[in-house]
Design a protein around this ligand. Structure first.
Ligand code: PGA
Length: 247
C-alpha cells in the first residue's frame, strides 16, 4: 500500500497533469493519493477505479455550524474513499488531540470511510527515550472504542516527526522496531490475526533510494510519501520498487 500525500500542493490543473502522466500499467487498488479538497472531485473522476483518491483531513461531525470543515458525506460525494487522520502537521499546527482524532476515526469507520491514522514521535521525545510511550499513547487513544470489525478497515502510518520533509529517513531497523511495537499493541488490544491484517505504513522522507530497505522489513506494509509523491517519476519508482518486494 503506497499513499501519496500531496499536502497543500497542486491546483486542479496540476493534479490532472500528474494523473495524465501516470503510466496506465501502474495503477492499482493499492495506490492511494491524498489530494487537496479542491482537487478531489476532478482527480477522482479522472482516476476512476485505477487508484484510490482521498482527503488529508476530515471533520468528526456529520454536519452543522463548523466553518471551514468538510464532512465525510461531502468527501464521499466528491469521490473520496479514505482520509489521513491525525497527521503530525495537523497535530502541531492545528492542535489536533488524540481525543479529537479518536472521534474522527470512529466517525469514518461508522460511515464506511477508510481512515489512515498517523502517529509519530518528535526528535526531542526520541532523544529523551519516550518514543515507545508516545506511540503507545497516540495509538491506543486513537483507536479507543473501535470494534474488531471497525479496526480491520483502518491503516496506521508511523511517521517520525523528525523524518518528515527533512531528508532524514529512519533506518530500516529503527522503523521495523517501531512497527513491531505498534503490531504488538494491536495484538494486545485485539487478536494476532487482526493485528496482522492492519497495514502499518512508514512515512518520513521516503524516496526512491530509501524505499528498498524500508519495504523489506516484515512489519512494514507500505509507505506514506509526501515530497516524493509530487513528481510522477519518483512516485512511480517508489511504487515499482515496493511492488517487487511485497507482491
Ligand atoms: P515527506 O512527508 O515524505 O515529505 O517526508 C511525509 C508525510 O508527511 O506524510
Amino acid at each position: 500500500m503506497i499513499v501519496g500525500n500531496w499536502k497543500m500542493h497542486k491546483t486542479i490543473a496540476e493534479a490532472l497533469e500528474f494523473l495524465k502522466k501516470l503510466p496506465s500499467g501502474l495503477c492499482a487498488e493499492d495506490i492511494y493519493l491524498a489530494v487537496p479538497f479542491t482537487a478531489l472531485s476532478s482527480v477522482a473522476d479522472a482516476a476512476g477505479t485505477k487508484l484510490k483518491v482521498g482527503a488529508q483531513n476530515v471533520s468528526e461531525h456529520k454536519e452543522g455550524a463548523y466553518t471551514g470543515e468538510i464532512s465525510i458525506r461531502m468527501l464521499k460525494e466528491a469521490g473520496a474513499t479514505f482520509s489521513l487522520v491525525g497527521h503530525s502537521e495537523r497535530r502541531t499546527y492545528y492542535h489536533e488531540t488524540n481525543q479529537s482524532i479518536a472521534h474522527k476515526l470512529k466517525a469514518c469507520l461508522q460511515q464506511g470511510f477508510k481512515p489512515i491514522l498517523c502517529i509519530g514521535e518528535t526528535a526531542s521525545e526520541r532523544k529523551a527515550g519516550h518514543t515507545q510511550a508516545v506511540l503507545e499513547k497516540q495509538l491506543s487513544e486513537g483507536i479507543q472504542g473501535l470494534t474488531s470489525e471497525e479496526v480491520l478497515c483502518l491503516a496506521v502510518a508511523y511517521e517520525p516527526v523528525w523524518a518528515i520533509g527533512t531528508g532524514h529517513t529512519a533506518t530500516a531497523e529503527m522503523a521495523q522496531e517501531t512497527h513491531k511495537l505498534c503490531r504488538e499493541l494491536l495484538k494486545k488490544r485485539y487478536t494476532a490475526d487482526i493485528a496482522a491484517k492492519i497495514p502499518i505504513l512508514y512515512g518520513g522522507s521516503v524516496n526512491p533510494n530509501s524505499i528498498e530497505q524500508i519495504i523489506q522489513q516484515p512489519d512494514i506494509d507500505g509507505a506514506l510519501v509526501g515530497g516524493a509523491s509530487l513528481e510522477v517519476d519518483s512516485f512511480v519508482k517508489i511504487v515499482t520498487i515496493a511492488r517487487e518486494y511485497k507482491s
